[in-house]
Design a protein around this ligand. Structure first.
Ligand code: AMP
Length: 388
């Protein structure tokens, strides 16, 4: 594998990204800002990154012919989704610098491998058991994990492929619905959720963004606030665990580690994402260097940027704008656009669906509480029904 950093890739070169969702779009925008061109692979002609990339190859992420075409154009390759087959990174890694590496993707894209990796390396997780066959459900110890969540091993995100199960009966039904391997996780009592976004260069340098406190609604991230109002030792432990994880993976690129803080005070790793993460979107407006710019820098072998807040004394809140906000037509952005403390980001998606991430708002105020109140108010005011 060719590691980024072995050779610095100069602006003007073409950077490739596998996947053209909003994360690919924001990667492309960050790449352009530093003078790079960007090529994207995604089957959807209207994918969010298509509108901004220099080249859009319309093909499936596992289309080997499309990999050849992309390899002919690009100087380095990254990803924006775990749905990319790990073989794709093996292919590109033999030809050009890649970030992240194949191993990190291979582990992070499958919950069973991820949990196994975490537990064998001494990271605390929610108690779990792999469920592959009906006999696993009959096995001793399953009852101790109920009530729990049965999560699909692959392709689950934003709460998709997840079933709440309270009894063996429900577990059997859920496993049938899943139709493939999964992980049964005990439902833990959450005091808080937080995430750590680490940028790590090929030579092992790291930069960590301020830790956001996250709130999920129906399994989907709703709100991230910074600074996280959590004891400093919790934040420090989360950062230390994330750096240990990045080192163990010999990680290059941007890595997000999501944590649960339980009501009993335990800090558990929920999952890892080998890419920028929704909970790091505040970095676009609030930090000296965004998570997407760090992705560009780690890929191109450039020095890492300063991850810190531009206005450390301020509070920041990021709220997602989901498809349901479009239920009665295009939202009204007047308030969002006229308030100097609010930044509106729209991903250029033409088909809103409930739960689909269409954009986000980042709000700044004198305190985290004020920023959160502002974000909720502006989002509510954007609803078409709110206009009278
Ligand atoms: P995931 O896709 O696994 O990150 O789950 C989405 C969200 O569901 C999490 O951010 C939590 O809010 C909730 N959740 C997932 N697993 C658990 C669990 N074991 N116990 C309690 N809440 C959970």
């Amino acid at each position: 594998m060719i590691a980024p950093g072995a050779r610095r890739i100069a602006p003007g070169a073409m950077l490739g990204v596998l996947g053209g969702g909003q994360l690919g779009r924001m990667f492309a925008m960050a790449g352009h800002r530093l003078g790079y061109r960007v090529a994207v692979l995604d089957p959807d002609p209207d994918c969010p990154a298509a509108g901004v990339a220099n080249i859009h190859i319309r093909a499936a992420l596992d289309d080997a012919k499309a990999w050849d075409a992309l390899a002919g154009e690009c100087a380095a390759m990254t990803i924006e989704t775990e749905s990319v087959p790990a073989e794709a990174l093996r292919y590109f890694g033999a030809r050009m610098p890649i970030a992240p590496g194949e191993r990190a993707l291979y582990i992070a894209q499958d919950r069973r491998r991820e949990k196994h990796f975490l537990s064998t390396n001494g990271f605390a997780t929610a108690p779990y058991r792999e469920i592959e066959a009906p006999s696993d459900i009959e096995a001793h110890g399953v009852d101790a994990l109920l009530p729990g969540l049965l999560k699909a091993s692959r392709f689950g995100y934003d709460g998709k492929g997840q079933h709440t199960v309270r009894s063996r009966r429900e577990l059997v039904d859920a496993a049938q619905q899943l139709g493939g391997p999964g992980v049964l996780e005990q439902r833990v009592d959450l005091a808080a959720e937080l995430s750590v976004i680490v940028a790590r260069s090929a030579d092992g340098r790291t930069a960590v963004h301020p830790v956001p406190l996250n709130r999920h609604v129906a399994g989907i991230l709703d709100l991230s606030v910074v600074p996280a109002q959590l004891p400093q030792d919790i934040r420090s432990r989360a950062v230390a665990e994330s750096l240990r994880l990045a080192t163990l993976l010999d990680y290059c690129g941007v890595l997000c580690v999501e944590f649960f803080l339980t009501t009993e005070g335990a800090l558990l790793v929920n999952e890892i994402a080998p890419r920028p993460h929704n909970s790091g979107h505040f970095t676009l407006d609030a930090c000296h260097t965004s998570q997407f710019e760090q992705q560009v820098r780690t890929l191109a072998g450039l020095p890492l940027g300063d991850p810190g807040l531009v206005m450390p004394q301020q509070g920041v809140a990021m709220v997602n704008l989901l498809g349901q906000l479009w239920a009665d037509g295009e939202p009204c952005w007047n308030e969002a656009l006229s308030n100097p403390n609010v930044r509106l980001h729209l991903y250029g998606k033409s088909t809103p669906r409930p739960g689909r991430k269409m954009g986000h708002l980042t709000c700044m105020a004198d305190s985290v509480t004020d920023a959160q109140v502002l974000a909720s108010r502006i989002r509510a005011a954007s609803q078409p029904a709110a206009i009278s």
